[in-house]
Design a protein around this ligand. Structure first.
Ligand code: ZN
Ligand code: MN
Length: 248
């Protein structure tokens, strides 16, 4: 069965939407250190969406590739070449328009699989505005929020857990890409930086020199594809449960 919307014909899509949920991956184009590609947040959300689609008979929509502005305190910030950010308004309108179009085509339910920390509030805003206007149910989760404590403990056996905002281009994201797209991981270029102290404030304009020069906010040294697989399986199980809870 075809799980990807872009590979379906329009009649296949038309005939599926009344009884199959749509899964919309949302990512970013953002620096992820010397060792990972700019599309980590898209690779992760897209591949988690494909696995979830198997579980819930879903249709994976084309990913939203760009995201809200990277922040120094959670993603390294806008000063790295290749970090291409959207204004909040733009992202809200883009997601709203897509949800509205799905609703007009008869889609009953959209699950937004978020892969980028800074997107959350803007996705929630678009979901709120769209569901006030259109008869459609939406749910959204960020994958790192769905990893149970026992899996976090197993992944962080060798190094301390720094908090999810600092897990940028670090152990968990690196492990996810090792699992989903190992050919895009360059551990030979990875450099271990001194421990980064979380920045507990936001300053605009953003100043250079706040974050480690290579980009990751915590260590990726102990990443592995096996850890990525363990996290992906836990996330997909959690998403399937969220779907059962939220579809009616
Ligand atoms: Zn990321
Ligand atoms: Mn990100």
């Amino acid at each position: 069965m075809n799980r990807e919307m872009v590979k379906m014909t329009w009649t296949e899509f038309r005939d599926a939407v009344s009884h199959r949920p749509v899964i919309l991956p949302v990512g970013s184009v953002e620096q992820h250190g010397y060792h990972l590609p700019l599309s980590v947040d898209v690779i992760t959300s897209h591949n988690l969406s494909l696995l979830l689609a198997e579980e819930i008979d879903g249709i994976v929509a084309p990913a939203i590739q760009y995201g809200y502005k990277s922040k120094p305190s959670s993603g390294g910030g806008p000063l790295f070449p290749g970090t291409i950010d959207l204004n909040g308004d733009t992202l809200v309108h883009q997601v709203y328009d897509i949800l509205a179009e799905f609703a007009r085509d008869g889609v009953q339910y959209v699950f937004l699989m978020n892969g980028h920390f800074e997107n959350e509030a803007f996705l929630a805003e678009a979901m709120d505005l769209a569901t006030k206007e259109f008869p459609i149910t939406t749910a959204m989760a960020s994958w790192w929020d769905l990893i149970p404590q026992d899996v976090v403990a197993q992944v962080f056996q060798e190094v301390p857990f720094p908090g999810w905002d600092l897990e940028h281009a670090a152990l968990t994201e690196t492990s996810m890409v090792m699992y989903f797209a190992p050919e895009l991981v360059h551990m030979d270029r990875y450099v271990e930086e001194p421990t980064f102290e979380r920045i507990p404030y936001h300053r605009y304009p953003v100043k250079p020199g706040l974050v480690p020069p290579s980009g990751p906010l915590a260590t990726a040294r102990t990443a592995s594809a096996q850890k990525g697989q363990m996290m992906a399986q836990a996330v997909v199980q959690a998403c399937a449960k969220i779907y059962e809870k939220t579809k009616k």
